[in-house]
Design a protein around this ligand. Structure first.
Ligand code: FES
Length: 102
C-alpha cells in the first residue's frame, strides 16, 4: 500500500464530494460532518461517478443516476439499485493537504 497526495483540504467544503484519480484508481473524497473520507467513486449499479453526479445527505451518499444509497463512513450499500459496498480508504490531512493510502 502506498500513500498519495490527492487535493488540498481547502478544496473541499463540508457537505461536498470530489472525484479524484489516484494512481489510476477513481476515488471520491468526501467531507461530511467536518471529517474527510475516501471511497470508491463508481456506483456499483451502473458505474456512475458518485463524487461528480451524486448528492450527500448527512452521512449518506445518494447516486445521482438511479438513487442507490451508501454510508459515507463504511461504504456499505444502503439501498437498491446499488449491489455492492464501496471500498473505503485511509485518509489523513497533513499541512493542508489530503493523503490517501491505497
Ligand atoms: S448508477 Fe448509481 S444507482 Fe444506478
Amino acid at each position: 500500500m502506498n500513500k498519495f497526495k490527492v487535493i488540498s483540504s481547502s478544496e473541499i467544503s463540508t457537505g461536498s464530494m470530489e472525484s479524484v484519480l489516484v494512481n489510476g484508481k477513481q476515488l471520491m473524497i468526501v467531507k461530511a460532518d467536518g471529517k474527510f473520507y475516501a471511497l470508491d467513486d463508481l456506483c456499483s449499479h451502473a458505474q456512475c461517478s458518485l463524487g461528480t453526479e451524486g448528492l450527500l445527505d448527512g452521512m449518506t451518499i445518494i447516486c445521482g443516476c438511479h438513487g442507490a444509497k451508501y454510508d459515507v463512513v463504511t461504504g456499505k450499500v444502503l439501498s437498491l439499485p446499488g449491489t455492492h459496498d464501496l471500498n473505503t480508504y485511509q485518509i489523513e490531512e497533513k499541512n493542508g493537504d489530503l493523503y490517501v493510502t491505497i
